[in-house]
Design a protein around this ligand. Structure first.
Ligand SMILES: Cc1cc2nc3c(=O)[nH]c(=O)nc-3n(C[C@H](O)[C@H](O)[C@H](O)COP(=O)(O)OP(=O)(O)OC[C@H]3O[C@@H](n4cnc5c(N)ncnc54)[C@H](O)[C@@H]3O)c2cc1C
Length: 390
């Protein structure tokens, strides 16, 4: 399909990458991305990728891949800190990058290729009608998607807002791996997900149950005070360094987004607008980019937009459903982590590594045989010390 007019609401990873792939394949496409924020505004700090994602990026746009990987912080250990004891599990290849640095690379690629981005263009419900005059209309406007809500009759979405509260902070303390820290505090239990994403900064996401959030009084604390409070809770792990907020940071509850239908006439949703995956499995951006790739491929291989969109939904939905299942297991584990804190550090770390069902015992052994051997010894000792049933 040559020379299509494509309108995209949302300039996050999904919308930008789709624009790049399409324009690169055919410069005659007329592509406009409408983005609410400015080029240097974004929520969150750094994001994590598995190495599988890196090869997808290389195969589809070597230019952005080279610029992205030049900024990667690499590591291969997951560190679990429980009762002040750190258990390190190796063999997990990850890369971290600042979300803003990542998006800026895509902005640059869009400029080079001629994809039009209108920053600070907040599309409201009244602006949606005019945008429908195109060959392909894309809602890539994130978890709270206006496009999804506006066309809810066709997409039939469900949004399950989960129990835990989380806040996405940063710090200048540089963690040496993907670090998961668990704390029992006067006000309740806390978990932190942290990793280095640049030479100078790490992401620090704090998650807690409602009871903890209420006991700490976060509802009455501004961001600055919340940062001071949480930096004190995690003082040892942060080595006394402060936690940092940005203008876009606030306490949230994670929404699990699903849609019964992904397409409607010449309309389609991509990325978080279509499906979310809990941040504890660090795959949301990957899913958004894979959506962009899958839609681009469907358009390349099919003769018409309706046929391409149908192919996109048919091929991609089972993959996303499976990942959302794994993400749900992980999310549920984190919603109930307070009930698991009685475990010793070693079985606790083992449980975390296997929580989503994507890594089993043998898979873990392949990643880190020493860790699995230590766990097996612990289990054997523990079984030997268990009272026998009569
Ligand atoms: C705490 C946390 C940590 C995460 N960590 C990771 C991680 O480590 N690794 C990972 O892969 N993923 C991670 N994710 C997930 C990741 O952020 C998302 O899955 C990813 O950003 C989805 O990309 P997207 O393009 O679909 O949506 P978004 O990135 O949300 O982009 C949507 C864009 O649309 C714009 N927009 C919204 N409404 C409008 C409107 N009305 N008009 C115009 N523009 C609009 C927004 O400004 C935004 O720029 C994390 C998420 C959270 C919440």
């Amino acid at each position: 399909m040559a020379g299509m007019k494509i309108n995209i609401v949302g300039g996050g990873p999904a919308g930008l990458y789709f624009g790049i792939l399409m324009k690169k394949a055919d410069p005659r496409h007329d592509i406009t991305i409408l983005e609410r924020d400015g080029p240097n505004d974004t929520f969150g700090w750094g994001i994590v990728f598995s190495d599988k994602m890196q090869s997808y990026l290389r195969d589809h746009d070597a230019e952005s891949h080279a610029r992205i990987t030049a900024k990667f912080q690499l590591w291969d250990n997951v560190d679990v800190i429980h009762r002040g004891v750190k258990t390190s599990i190796g063999g997990n290849r990850f890369a971290g990058i600042g979300r803003l640095a990542f998006l800026n690379i895509f902005h640059e690629r869009c400029r080079e290729l001629g994809v039009r981005i209108e920053f600070q263009h907040n599309v409201g419900p009244s602006g949606l009608d005019a945008l429908q005059d195109c060959d392909l209309f894309i809602g890539a406007d994130g978890a709270n998607s206006l496009v999804r809500r506006h066309f809810a009759g066709a997409f039939r979405p469900t949004v399950d807002v989960r129990r835990n509260r989380y806040i996405w902070l940063g710090t200048q303390h540089l963690f040496t791996g993907l670090t998961l820290t668990f704390k029992q505090h006067d006000t309740g239990v806390y978990a932190a997900h942290s990793y280095r994403f640049s030479e100078s900064h790490s992401t620090f996401i704090v998650e807690c149950p409602d009871a903890t959030w209420n006991a700490a009084g976060f509802a009455d604390m501004d961001d600055e005070r919340a940062c001071v409070f949480l930096a004190d809770v995690f003082r040892d792990e942060l080595c006394g360094r402060p936690l940092l907020s940005n203008n876009f940071v606030k306490w949230l509850r994670f929404p699990i987004v699903k849609n019964a239908r992904w397409i409607d006439d010449h309309r389609v949703l991509l990325g978080d607008a279509l499906h979310t995956a809990h941040f504890s499995i660090g795959s949301g951006t990957r899913l958004a980019l894979e959506d962009a790739i899958a839609l681009y491929q469907a358009i390349r291989n099919r003769p018409s937009v309706p046929a391409a969109l149908a192919e996109f939904e048919r091929a991609r939905k089972p993959v996303v459903d499976e990942l959302q299942e794994a993400a749900l297991s992980s999310l549920l584990w984190f919603e109930n982590f307070g009930d698991r804190l009685h475990l010793d550090p070693l079985p606790f770390a083992y449980e975390i590594m296997t929580r989503s069902g994507r890594i089993d015992h043998e898979g873990l052994r392949q990643r880190d045989p020493k860790f699995v051997a230590a766990y097996e010894r612990w289990r054997a000792d523990h079984a030997a010390n268990e009272p026998r049933n009569s």
